[in-house]
Design a protein around this ligand. Structure first.
Ligand code: DC
Length: 198
């Protein structure tokens, strides 16, 4: 069976948690496509060559979740040749047998417009920045909350306004605003949406 769940939205909206939970619940494979861009951004050198030659070692670096990697990813992600180099891998993952969940920014619009389920997960910038800041250690974090908030806004702005594959909901995406939702409720909603299509 081929069945694709596309989960798009901005950073720290809850996409990752929802995607992992949906994949575990239905036995689908999960691909966090942001990691591909993070690995390209952190590899250094020519980003197009980095994207064309991405290895599993690049994808297992332990600094890919850092704020620095997020910013680097967003910068290389504006380059059409970088996006093109990563497209085929994502498309074949999406149509693998047994079902797939992909989370990113352009899965429902560009990578897999034929996905059986499309969710666009959002939350206010303040709430997303607070979640990210708490993950980094809250009061004990190296970065002040305001720095994290400024980075979230900068990344949203770049991801939404780039010319190639900008972040936006597909016309047929189901919108999920997690600002005032518990993660359990958000997961339950996503699971129910997938169940209804299976
Ligand atoms: O989801 P994330 O925070 O790990 O993504 C990091 C950056 O990578 C994001 O700011 C933009 C880029 N990205 C993208 O352009 N397209 C995707 N499908 C996934 C991520």
């Amino acid at each position: 069976m081929k069945f694709t769940v596309a989960i798009d939205g901005p950073a720290a909206a809850g996409k990752g948690t929802i995607s992992r939970a949906v994949a575990a619940r239905f036995g689908f494979e999960h691909l966090d496509t942001g990691l591909l861009y993070r690995a390209v951004g952190m590899k250094g050198g020519d980003p197009v060559l980095a994207a064309q030659g991405l290895t599993s070692a690049d994808l297992s670096r332990d600094d890919l979740r850092s704020l620095e990697a997020g910013q680097a990813a967003s910068q290389v992600a504006v380059l059409p040749d970088v996006r093109a180099a990563l497209t085929e891998f994502q498309r074949s993952f999406a149509r693998r047998k047994g079902g797939a969940v992909l989370d990113g920014r352009d899965i429902g619009t560009v990578i897999c417009p034929q996905a059986e389920v499309k969710l666009f997960v959002t939350a206010s910038a303040e709430i997303r920045a607070r979640r990210r800041w708490l993950e980094l250690g809250g009061e004990a974090a190296e970065e002040a909350f305001e720095v994290v908030l400024a980075q979230v806004r900068e990344r949203d702005d770049r991801d939404m306004n780039r010319a190639d594959a900008p972040m936006r909901p597909a016309a047929d995406a189901v919108m999920v605003d997690t600002s005032d939702m518990s993660i359990e409720d958000a997961v339950a909603f996503a699971v129910a949406t997938v169940s209804a299509r299976l």
